[in-house]
Each structure stands twice: as structure tokens, then as C-alpha cells.
Design a protein. Structure first.
Length: 114
């Protein structure tokens, strides 16, 4: 806002500046509000670079959380196979689903079998 308010008559309040950034980040780009000063363009470029880096990171984190919840519902436990390093096995698995090696004994499985 501060970079464009004096030079750009279309950015007259914070909402207009926010609208400009949001339209640019979503790649809609209506063209009705654009930065015209070098500082305004620098701010817009910084916002774009931040968005390019931040949005994929957030989506990756969200996908990881989703996959972990699905695995938990399906009874997949993180036990690493000593032979092939596979980490996802069904909760009652005794052998590795990838290579067939016997898995290390887990306390929760040992208690279930008593």
C-alpha cells in the first residue's frame, strides 16, 4: 500500500492493495489495478516469489497430513524393515510386505497376541 498510494490513483486504500496482490497471486490478472512505481513492482515481485515457494510447501504438508490420517485409519504402522527399509506395514504384519523379511517385534502386536 505504502509503495503505491502516492503514485497510483487506483490504489487508494489497503483493500485495493490487498486486492491487487490477491488477483496477481491467483494469476487472475484483471489488469484494473497494477503497480506503477519501482517499489510497488518490487513488492509485487516479492509477494509472487513468496507465493511460489510457500503454496507448494503448504500443499505438501497438507497432503502428508492427509496420507498419515488415511494410513492410521487403515491400520498402517511405521515399522521399518531391516532388509529393505520399507516403513509402512499393516498393524498386525509379521513379515515385510515388500521383501518378506520378518519384521522387528512391536510391543503393541506382542501385547495383542497374549
Amino acid at each position: 500500500y505504502n509503495a503505491e498510494v502516492r503514485a497510483n490513483d487506483k490504489i487508494d486504500d489497503f483493500f485495493s492493495a490487498f486486492y491487487c496482490v490477491l488477483i496477481t497471486l491467483t494469476t487472475t490478472g484483471y489488469g484494473d489495478i497494477v503497480p506503477i512505481t519501482p517499489v510497488g513492482r518490487l513488492v509485487m515481485c516479492s509477494a509472487l516469489l513468496l507465493g511460489i515457494g510457500l503454496i507448494p510447501y503448504q500443499l505438501t504438508t497438507l497432503a502428508s497430513i492427509f496420507v498419515a490420517q488415511v494410513d492410521e485409519r487403515q491400520g498402517v504402522k511405521p515399522v521399518e524393515c531391516v532388509a529393505c527399509a520399507e516403513k509402512k506395514h499393516l498393524s498386525q504384519a509379521v513379515f515385510c510386505q515388500r521383501c518378506g523379511t520378518r519384521l522387528p517385534l512391536r510391543e503393541d502386536v506382542a501385547l495383542d497376541n497374549l
